[in-house]
Ligand binder design. Structure first.
Ligand code: F6P
Length: 322
């Protein structure tokens, strides 16, 4: 292999730049040329590339977002789009790709390999931490630290006014952010999509025992089956007429910002491992960290298997809520 490409795709996450840097520098260290693809699969289809050298990734390890930009591509989902993308790669002599993203990103890379034989290795870049085959995804640690900082601030107001706050954090299908930020933020109740009996706990807490605490923090994952914090509060208000909680949706502030040291190290290790795996002839695998060791997991497993929420952490929520 003489030339590879790297791109970021799907939602941005803090640490993606550190990963791009690791990919570019590892490739150059191994005497391989690297091209950056702008805006993920869209750039591949629309011929939006930039040659990368060692200096092109200087001074980015500390920056959030992604210098290569990102997108959730519609055009790559079509056969014509993928043909165009393949032609663009061939024109530039690109023989392998490193894709940084989540489930959708790896699904695209897998289909592309099946159709055109372009090998790829994935790096898990998403704040959601919902990928099987890695204990942590790039950006998760930064996101939970951002969420905890916000919860701490809201706690001041909750305490001062004796109010209940429902804080909604990101996590379309998964409760990792809610669970970690909720425990670290001292939440009384945490609602995650993976558990359906948490609503019962919540209503028991506020309906039967509403005088229990002067103020409370409830952390809700946006993907919770109740439909998010506003819906939950509406439902509770119908049952407790004098209930006057506040809702705070943290939203995209969780996606931005300078990556934590943990995310930078994680991204650096994974970016390095991804290139080394590609050069060894591996393909259709995601590089991750399992028990602090680099591990490769097939795209099939990373996409289809479910990483279980830490049951012990879930149990702690109940233990501490006494
Ligand atoms: O997958 C990362 C994530 O931040 C989810 O937690 C969230 O539901 C989604 O992306 C939001 O996507 P968008 O930025 O496209 O609105």
């Amino acid at each position: 292999m003489k030339k590879i490409a790297v791109f970021t795709s799907g939602g941005d996450s803090p640490g993606m730049n550190a990963c791009i840097r690791a990919v570019v520098r590892t490739a150059i260290f191994n005497k391989i040329e690297v091209t950056g693809i702008i805006r993920g699969y869209n750039g591949m289809v629309e011929n939006d590339f930039m040659e990368m050298d060692s200096r092109s990734v200087s001074n980015i390890i500390q920056r959030g977002g992604t210098i290569l930009k990102t997108a959730r591509s519609q055009s790559f989902m079509t056969k014509e789009g993928r043909k165009q993308a393949y032609d663009n790669l061939v024109k530039r002599g690109i023989e392998g790709i490193i894709c940084i993203g989540g489930n959708g990103t790896f699904t695209g890379a897998k289909v592309f390999y099946e159709e055109y034989g372009i090998p790829s290795i994935g790096a898990p870049g998403t704040i959601d931490n919902d990928l099987y085959g890695t204990d942590f995804t790039i950006g998760f640690d930064t996101a939970i630290n951002t969420a905890v900082e916000a919860i701490d601030r809201i706690r001041d107001t909750a305490d001062s006014h004796g109010r209940v706050f429902f804080i909604e954090v990101m996590g379309r299908h998964a409760g990792y952010i809610a669970l970690a930020a909720g425990i670290a933020g001292g939440a009384e109740v945490i609602l995650v999509p993976e558990s359906t009996n948490d609503w019962q706990k919540l209503s028991d807490y506020f309906i039967r025992d509403k005088s229990k605490k002067a103020f409370s923090i409830v952390v809700v994952a946006e993907g919770d089956e109740q439909g998010g914090a506003y819906k939950i509060v509406d439902k509770l208000r119908m049952q407790i007429p004098d209930f006057d909680p506040r809702v705070s949706i943290l939203g995209h502030i969780q996606r931005g910002g300078s990556p934590t040291a943990y995310d930078r190290v994680l991204a650096s290790r994974i970016g390095n491992a991804a290139v080394e795996a590609l050069l060894r002839g591996e393909t259709n695998k995601m590089a991750g960290l399992i028990n602090n060791q680099v591990a490769l997991t097939s795209y099939d497993d990373a996409i289809n298997k479910t990483k279980q929420l830490n049951a012990d952490l879930l149990r702690l929520v109940d233990v501490f809520n006494t």
